[in-house]
Design a protein around this ligand. Structure first.
Ligand code: SAM
Length: 195
């Protein structure tokens, strides 16, 4: 992996206000990945590929990440980035809406990372559970959404996202097959281990 190029991707994304994983969140996930040593990772929400490229460092030698993105400009940039950072053999990008792509997937994953439309988190969870190996882990970013999820005050614009994020948290907490921890890193991280 070309780490210098990876840092350039990060800087460019931050300058362009493309939402990429925060450093503290990345640190927590990296620790998990070091322990799990995943062969297969599924990411929902690639943006320009930054988090997927960071995660690729922790894959087993023959491991692979599948990631999904629907925004055409970001797809183009992500593909270009995978080449520049020299990780294109480790990452496969599904182009299109995860709501349509996920139900077509059949392979099982060690880790599923959810980082896309907040209003779809309950659906993403359903699909992640279907695609997760036993002892696998589902990690969802932004689950506390700037604190809106924990407060009474919701602007109209955020109401659907907040309702769905609350539903996500309730479901992972109530699922007897999952061990879940919600961490206040970044915008809130839910880490759910399948028993
Ligand atoms: N994981 C990336 C990183 O840390 O480098 C950041 C992902 S960004 C927070 C979320 C991305 O998910 C956006 O680029 C958006 O276009 C994409 N997205 C949102 N909803 C989606 C959906 N239903 N299907 C595919 N992509 C989606």
């Amino acid at each position: 992996m070309n780490k210098e190029e990876l840092m350039k991707v990060k800087e460019k994304a931050l300058e362009a206000h493309i939402p990429i994983i925060m450093d503290d969140t990345l640190e927590v996930i990296s620790e998990i990945l070091k322990k799990v040593k995943p062969k297969r990772i599924l990411e929902i929400g690639a943006a320009v590929g930054y988090s997927a490229m960071c995660f690729s460092e922790y894959l087993q030698d023959d491991g692979r990440i599948d990631t999904i993105e629907r925004d055409e400009d970001r797809i183009k940039e992500a593909k270009d980035n995978f080449k520049r950072v020299e990780v294109e053999e480790k990452i496969y990008l599904y182009e299109g809406d995860a709501v349509e792509i996920l139900p077509t997937l059949t392979e099982k994953y060690d880790v599923v990372f959810i980082d896309a439309a907040k209003g779809k988190y309950p659906f993403f969870l359903e699909q992640a559970l279907r695609l997760l190996k036993t002892k696998g882990v589902i990690i969802a970013d932004n689950v506390l959404y700037k604190g809106y999820v924990m407060s009474d005050y919701n602007k109209h614009k955020q109401r659907t996202a907040v309702r769905n994020l609350r539903e996500y948290i309730a479901r992972v907490n109530e699922d007897a097959n999952l061990d879940t921890e919600i961490m206040e890193v970044g915008d809130g991280l839910a880490i759910s281990y399948k028993k």
